[in-house]
Ligand binder design. Sequence first.
Ligand code: 13P
Ligand code: SF4
Length: 363
Amino acid sequence: MNYIVANLPDEYRIADEVELRRRIKVKKAELGDKLVILTHHYQRLEIVEFNDFLGDSYALAKSASQQKDAEHIVFCGVRFMAEAADILSDDDKKVYLANPTAGCPMADMAPTGLVYQSWDFIESVLGPDKVLPLSYMNSSAELKAFCGKNGGLICTSSNADAAFDYCFKQNRKLFFFPDQHLGRNTAKKKGIPKDKIALYDINKENGGLTAADIERADVILWSGYCHVHVNFNTEQIAAQRKEFADLKIVVHPECAEEVVDLADSVGSTSHIVNFVEQAPIGSTIAIGTELNLIHRLSVNHPDKKIMSLAGNMCVVCSNMFRTSLQDLCFTLENFDKAELVRVPEDISENAKIALERMLEVGR
Ligand code: 13P
Ligand code: SF4
């Protein structure tokens, strides 16, 4: 199938899939170890086919930090992931985002100016050294730098637990952004009572919080969310459990608390892949995450019934979906014209501190 790729030269726009595949293979063979294609689990099936490394956002960041021979790192995913790859990889590596327009609306829900403002407000209430900033990987490089500069760190959905421990060990409160759901689900898992979790509502002055709310809280959550994962709800769970007696449900922690509470298992995209791989033959599994991953799992595991928790609803991350064979082929054939992902040094330095803390904390 051909997808419209508005910004590419006609040669790529009109090329058919067979031709694009052939040319991508030729380029991969020609570049050998000089090229590495890092691919996120939400990429379309035809993109995943060309990965050198496929993973969740933690594993991809780690892989970027370990690249030795590659000159070119081509990222098939979204911008914050490619930025992390640029920050963590050696300076001589060139990082490209196969589709440079692929962003993350959740990351955009935490504009730096607003986060700085809220931080100033929180610190004005608590005084210095009482709170640590913890940012989800899905955030701008500037916010990562802000965390690095202020003693904080980055986490992904696969090591949020360990990152919470890191902050609590220092006897600090924790300011978590941008995903309120990952933050709430992790705080709950850590046994933080509800009245010690405050929500900083970005549409209200001072987040709608009083000084007393901030003093009482152990965890302050930014009110961002993923527009993909909020499509899953408890009605779907009830309906699917009614229809399939032995159903197992696995969801991503960007889903709301009440959905996570009713699921059999929760975890990152890699956790979901492992869950399906390890399930016995004949299992029926409903998954609460992005549709392209569910589709791939259903193709790869014909001996299991794999479906979306949202039934026929099309729960797709349109940003992940943007990367096409045309984009990949264009990038590989035009390193001189393709846009480099280059985080400026003054941001990169502190962002790297926060990302390296994430890798040290591990998962
Ligand atoms: P993972 O870290 O689980 O790969 O998730 C990234 C993401 O953006 C989920 O929406
Ligand atoms: Fe961002 Fe949600 Fe897409 Fe993940 S699925 S990249 S959080 S918009």
